[in-house]
Ligand binder design. Structure first.
Ligand code: SAM
Ligand code: SF4
Length: 334
């Protein structure tokens, strides 16, 4: 019988795939990248057609949700070809959802095409609402462009969740005003802890790190946070914010382990399938596709899922001063 579901050795159904479509980005966020980055040569990247083949194979193996990320997914040339392809899979009810994580810089241009393709929800990363600070954090970004993108996305009908990385001494004093603003705009918000991924040059993650539990304690002094039924099966806990009516999530990969319910795997833009964000074990899907076609690809995916580890072993003491995982978040995709 043909296999049409992916179940890992711990009995977890894997039906969510995140795909990094490029390692490149038009920003250089201080916690994510060094200012001088060497990116992969274009010829090492999977083509958009190959990525579509990988997505189709995952869909045939029961994947329900695909998230495109990066680097910045919307800077990849002709990215709408892939998004239209996945949108068609949603319209044909083969896939439940295609979503995108973006820094927002290209949303003024892409908000309407994304909605027309069938995307209904996006995550937009924004760490501050102060223009100068925004440029300090992103190095190359402009807040007004991202705000314009958010307006365009909302107008196009996209549901928006903000991703905000908590940065000690940088935006910690702004998180409650950002939460109020997000509520006024009708956006959910997730606050993320800095994770030890990839070399970021002269910046030190110990300086950047603040515990999201600490953030939660502070916010619960000013807001009534009611634990939400909502589950994303990711490493987030969600709360309904009484004062704003929106949801607030906390992602604490370093201080808690949410691996038990993990349902996802991640593929890099070169076709490496990582079975866990915090582990190095991977499978080369590019090779499998190029040598074995779509059947070879499916066999390689099934084999890889049979090796999915129980969980990661990030640890604050070991992880932060150095990097626990040498690849950047922009390679595996956030
Ligand atoms: N460029 C897109 C963006 O910024 O949304 C998508 C890729 S980015 C790698 C995905 C998410 O990862 C963003 O929300 C970003 O803030 C987060 N991120 C990047 N590096 C991180 C790190 N070292 N620790 C925690 N979050 C990180
Ligand atoms: Fe680019 Fe996103 Fe990384 Fe910022 S977090 S440098 S926007 S990939």
């Amino acid at each position: 019988m043909q296999q049409n579901q992916l179940i890992d050795p711990f009995g977890r159904l894997v039906d969510y795939v995140r795909i990094s479509v490029t390692d490149r980005c038009d920003f250089r966020c201080v916690y994510c990248m060094a200012e001088q980055m060497t990116f992969l040569p274009k010829k090492e990247l999977l083509t958009l057609e190959e990525i579509a083949d990988v997505c189709d194979s995952f869909i045939e193996l029961g994947t329900k949700k695909i998230r495109l990320t990066g680097g910045e997914p919307l800077v990849r040339r002709n990215i709408m070809h892939l998004i239209n392809h996945l949108g068609a899979q949603v319209k044909n009810q083969n896939l439940e959802e295609v979503t995108i994580t973006t820094n927002g810089s290209q949303l003024p241009k892409y908000a309407v095409p994304l909605f027309d393709a069938g995307v209904r929800r996006i995550n937009v990363s924004i760490d501050t609402l102060q223009p100068e600070k925004f440029t300090q954090i992103t190095r190359w970004g402009k807040l007004d462009v991202v705000l314009e993108g958010l307006v365009a996305a909302k107008k196009a009908g996209l549901k928006i969740k903000l991703n905000t990385v908590a940065l000690k001494g940088v935006n910690d004093n702004e998180l409650s005003s950002m939460l109020i603003w997000a509520g006024e705009q009708g956006f959910d918000m997730t606050i993320i802890e800095v994770m030890p991924m990839g070399d970021i040059g002269s910046e030190n993650r110990l300086d950047q790190y603040m515990s999201v539990s600490e953030v939660q304690n502070k916010l619960s002094q000013s807001f009534s946070l009611h634990e939400s039924e909502h589950k994303s099966s990711g490493p987030a806990r969600y709360f309904n914010v009484g004062e704003t009516g929106q949801r607030l999530g906390f992602i604490t990969p370093l201080t808690h382990n949410f691996c038990e319910s993990c349902n996802r795997v991640r593929m890099t833009c070169t076709g490496q399938l990582y079975l866990c964000l915090g582990q190095d074990d991977n499978a080369n899907l590019a090779l499998a596709l190029r040598s074995g076609g779509k059947e070879g690809l499916k066999t390689a995916i099934i084999e890889a899922i049979s090796r999915k580890p129980l969980g990661h072993d990030f640890a604050i003491e070991r992880g932060l001063s150095n990097q626990a995982v040498s690849r950047h978040m922009s390679v595996t995709g956030g």
